[in-house]
Structure formats: structure tokens, C-alpha cells
Design a protein around this ligand. Structure first.
Ligand code: F3S
Length: 78
């Protein structure tokens, strides 16, 4: 699945929310988050983010790895 990382915090541009085809991105307070169980890996959201906060899970930078867990916890998956 795709993961939204730190640059979204305080930005919440929401361009990503307008393009994705399934109901998997939601407002999680300080940032938006993608539900990893509902993400269909379409990749539509990634190029839309103006601050490049979105990565495929296996390309999330070392210093942003915690956002993978953060999303799992937010959606009650861990
Ligand atoms: Fe956040 Fe980027 Fe979407 S800032 S709300 S991940 S377009």
C-alpha cells in the first residue's frame, strides 16, 4: 500500500483525496492517512501530493518508517 508521511503534517493539501478511486484516504487529524487494507496500489495519489508526502510502502525513506506503523495503528491493524 501507499503511505502518507511527515510533509503532510501541517500541509494537508488534499489533492490526493480528490484523485483516488476508492475510499481509503481519510483525515487523521494532523495529517491525512491511507488505510493500508483498503489501498489498491493504484498509485493515483502519489504524483498529486504537492509536498511529496506519499510513497509506496517499500520506498518509504528510512527516517519516515514510523509512518507505516502510525497508519496501521490508526486503522487498528496492528
Ligand atoms: Fe497530505 Fe499531500 Fe494528501 S499534503 S492530504 S498527502 S496531497
Amino acid at each position: 500500500p501507499y503511505v502518507i508521511t511527515e510533509p503532510c503534517i501541517g500541509t494537508k493539501d488534499q489533492s490526493c483525496v480528490e484523485v483516488y478511486p476508492v475510499d481509503c484516504i481519510c483525515d487523521a487529524g494532523e495529517q491525512f492517512m491511507i488505510n493500508p487494507e483498503e489501498c489498491i496500489d493504484c498509485g493515483a495519489c502519489e504524483p498529486e501530493c504537492t509536498v511529496e508526502a506519499i510513497y509506496p510502502e517499500d520506498e518509504v525513506p528510512e527516517d519516515m518508517q514510523q509512518y507505516i506503523t502510525k497508519a496501521q495503528e490508526f486503522f487498528g491493524l496492528s
